[in-house]
Design a protein around this ligand. Structure first.
Ligand code: NAI
Length: 384
């Protein structure tokens, strides 16, 4: 397929690299020629590093680079079979770009958005032919992260969905089909990893270092929640949380934490500013880990059952099937295990008990057990 990518920022240039590596001819367009030039330089650097590491040879790299046409003229998209948009997260600007694209591409061209937070259905509605539109959501960095969430809008033609999904599969990605709901799978299911950890911190039950240690030691997560929030950026992570909270009509389960809002306001954004939950300067003093096994296991269990509950809710609402929910979390955010498989292992009965205990203690909606989980407990069922 010939591919058009709109926006040569973080995501657009990564997507262009993936497509060109899969032998597609790619037009990479940006409104800002300076960004386009920067993307070109950055891509050569990334690819040359792959040669140094012995992962690619010079011929492969020059092939990839020759297949990407860096352009500030959208007219080149005339021969595109699939266009993926990755520009600023603004619905009006996106709608405007889709109208321009539709006036240039063929009738058969599929058009997609890489949006993280906007409704695919609402974006589709801005097109002349909404049935050709869908969401194709990559993760950052696109060349490294295996997962791609593929989201049909209400208007999307089934054949077009399949055609687009097959193409992304061919690029070597793991695709999952997701219903058009806020946060799709990953950004919805992952909320308690941050939210419940923040709650534990705010209650004063443990410090950041101890919570991170507990999640890594007892859960096998590669990074603890606070390390990960500092890595993602507290501004970015807070915005996702707030967006999901609003989009779910203020369901208190997704209520953002003041702690994160304050860090974001202070400009303590994490690694990128040298300070977040942790201080990254030389000789900085960070909180000491309290290596108490009982406490560590209790922290991990509390966060895990909240994650399980969210994954089960995603299944309950038919947002995706069991297999795709687990694939999304292991491939999109590198969880050590799928959450539904994890629930089977620790026992549905145990998960319900833990959630009921939390609900009894706090009397808060955020701890309500998903009806599907309770039903499964009654039926002594498992997910797999
Ligand atoms: P970015 O800010 O790095 O890049 C956006 C690019 O779009 C800029 O180069 C800008 O010059 C260009 N642009 C803006 N308006 C334009 C227009 N009218 N026409 C052409 N180009 C235009 O943004 P990033 O992070 O790459 O995000 C892009 C999209 O991908 C957003 O919808 C975001 O929600 C989504 N996304 C971002 C992820 C991330 O981790 N950064 C992950 C997954 C999705």
């Amino acid at each position: 397929m010939n591919i058009g990518v709109i926006g040569s920022g973080t995501m657009g240039s990564g997507i262009a690299q993936v497509a060109a590596t899969a032998n597609c001819k790619v037009h990479l367009y940006d409104i800002d020629p300076k960004v386009l030039d920067k993307a070109k330089q950055a891509l050569s650097k990334i690819l040359n590093r792959l040669i140094e590491k012995g992962r690619m040879d010079e011929e492969q790299v020059s092939g990839i680079l020759s297949r990407i046409n860096f352009t500030s003229d959208l007219k080149h998209f005339a021969d595109a079979d699939l266009v993926i948009e990755a520009i600023v997260e603004n619905p009006d600007i996106k709608a405007n770009v889709f109208q321009n694209v539709e006036s240039i591409v063929s009738e058969e061209c599929i058009i997609a958005s890489n949006t993280s937070s906007l409704s695919i259905t609402s974006l589709a509605a801005s097109l002349e032919k909404p049935e050709r539109f869908l969401g194709i959501h990559f993760f950052n960095p696109a060349p490294l992260m295996k997962l791609v969430e593929v989201i049909p809008a209400i208007q999307t033609d089934e054949t077009i969905f399949e055609k687009a999904r097959n193409e992304i599969d061919r690029w070597g990605k793991t695709t999952v089909k997701v219903k058009d709901t806020p946060g799709f799978i990953v950004n919805k299911v992952a909320r308690p990893f941050y939210g419940e950890s923040l709650r534990i911190l705010e209650e004063g039950l443990a410090n950041t270092s101890t919570i991170d240690w507990a999640m890594k030691t007892y859960g096998g997560f590669r990074m603890g929640p606070f390390e990960l929030m500092d890595f993602i950026g507290n501004d970015v992570n807070y915005t996702v949380t707030e967006t999901v909270f609003k989009a779910f009509y203020y369901d208190s389960r997704y209520k953002p934490a003041f702690t994160q809002k304050r860090l974001s306001e202070a400009g303590y954004l994490g690694r990128k500013t040298g300070k977040g939950y942790y201080d990254y300067s030389e000789n900085a003093m960070n909180p000491a880990i309290d290596e108490d096994e009982e406490k560590g296991r209790a922290i991990f269990t509390r966060v895990l059952v909240m994650l399980v509950n969210e994954a089960v809710d995603t299944l309950y609402l038919n947002i995706a099937d069991e297999k795709d929910i687990d694939l999304a979390m292991t491939n999109g955010v590198n969880y050590p295990k799928g959450l539904l498989k994890w629930a089977d292992e620790i026992g549905i009965d145990f998960c319900v008990q833990q959630l009921d205990d939390l609900f009894f203690e706090y009397k808060e909606e955020r701890y309500r057990c998903c009806p599907l989980l309770r039903r499964m407990q009654e039926e002594d069922a498992t997910f797999f």
